[in-house]
Design a protein around this ligand. Structure first.
Ligand SMILES: [Zn+2]
Length: 386
């Protein structure tokens, strides 16, 4: 492959400031144009404000199945980070490419785009699809629109390779990530008569205890032989806020908490248990004093785990292409679980290291970038043989 072309596209992509809070349309329009220049049609799906878009494109026959190359176009902010060079310019130094998104994960997207013409020649019987999303870094919101827009049933793509940085190892599992806000509304009153009010902070404390119990139960039963560290679903309470003053019964309380679900653990166990405790126990007690008392829990982010697939088709293909004889897990969440939920076999494999992601002076080594390119070349060769 033409490595100068790989590099030119990489340079172009890094130049778009696609921090999640901003629009990614400049990048998406540019990529759509580029693909159009190669006779490849694209489908865009937008957020509610039409300021961000996903790009989906099919190279090859419009038939069921095929392999999705998935990447997110957004990057994390550079605010407050001490960069040695302009983060939105690709800079080569000491065998590394520096820039925001070099590792996470515009390298993979650049390499995929650079092979569009070659894939077009190769994808005669099995299509290759590009799925480039927005808002991954803030909860994988964008790709949900893209997935909802895909053809259903038989006509779905069959496999998805999520090119997040794994140093080209094959990752077939990660934990989920669910981030929730619980808002408790009680009744204000004078602190000398606490029973005439409903203390939202005290109600919150009972919810915290339940979260603590659910965490302890899982910690007590780690999954033997699991590659995850720690090998159980974890919980964290990150923010608690509420009340006005020491002599006022607290009317409001807000708790921001999360759990990272292990593949095989059950989300509904957590949600149902919290729901039962609130509806059957806590809320009735509060409403005896104040019928307007309320407890509402909303998930701000709800990212499913990537569950290892027995004899997974995506894993088998990527192992064949990389020559890897084992698999690993990743410690971060990706869009892979969403592709899997949408009925595709999914695996995570891409160039660069997550160690360098989200930091100042983010980089990908030239070697990793080249390895990523060779991997996609082999994918093209494999597709041509089908
Ligand atoms: Zn990423």
């Amino acid at each position: 492959m033409d490595t100068a072309h790989d590099r030119a596209l990489f340079d172009r992509l890094i130049g778009f400031d696609t921090t999640s809070a901003k629009s990614n349309l400049a990048l998406i329009d540019w990529a759509a144009n580029y693909l159009d220049g190669h006779g490849i049609a694209t489908r865009l799906t937008y957020d509610a404000d039409q300021q961000k878009a996903n790009l989906f494109a099919t190279i090859g026959p419009e038939i069921p199945g095929g392999v999705v190359l998935s990447g997110h176009t957004d990057v994390v902010p550079v605010d407050g980070q001490d960069w040695s060079s302009d983060p939105f310019r690709l800079v080569e130094r000491d065998g590394k490419f520096y820039g925001r998104g070099t590792a996470d994960m515009k390298g993979f997207i650049a390499l995929a785009l650079a092979r569009a013409e070659r894939f077009k020649q190769q994808a005669r019987r099995v299509p290759i699809h590009y799925a480039f999303s927005f808002d991954e870094e803030v909860g994988c919101h964008g790709v949900r629109h893209l997935l909802a827009d895909l053809p259903t049933g038989e006509r779905r793509p069959r496999l998805a390779i999520i090119g997040e940085p794994t140093l080209m190892t094959v990752a077939n599992a990660h934990k989920g990530a669910t981030i929730l806000t619980t808002r408790i509304t009680g009744l204000e009153g004078h602190s000398s008569a606490p029973d005439k009010g409903v203390n939202a902070i005290m109600a919150g404390a009972e919810i915290l205890q339940l979260i603590g119990r659910m965490a302890e139960e899982r910690k007590a039963k780690p999954v033997a032989g699991s590659p995850f560290e720690p090998p159980y679903t974890t919980f964290n309470v990150g923010v608690i806020e509420g009340g006005t003053a020491h002599n006022i019964v607290a009317r409001d309380c807000r708790i921001v908490w999360q759990y990272r679900l292990m593949p095989g653990d059950h989300d509904h166990d957590i949600k149902e248990r919290l729901g039962r405790f609130v509806e059957d126990e806590l809320l009735p007690r509060m409403r005896r004093v104040h019928p307007g008392a309320a407890i509402v829990t909303e998930a701000d982010i709800d990212l499913p785990c990537l569950v290892p697939e027995p004899e997974g088709a995506a894993e088998a293909l990527v192992r064949e292409l990389t020559g890897a004889n084992g698999t690993s897990v990743v410690s971060f969440g990706t869009e892979a679980g969403l592709f899997q939920e949408a009925g595709m076999s999914a695996v995570v494999c891409g160039p660069g290291s997550i160690e360098q992601a989200h930091k100042a002076d983010e980089f990908i080594s030239l070697d990793q970038f080249a390895q990523g390119g060779r991997f996609l070349d082999r994918l093209g060769d494999w597709v041509a043989k089908q």
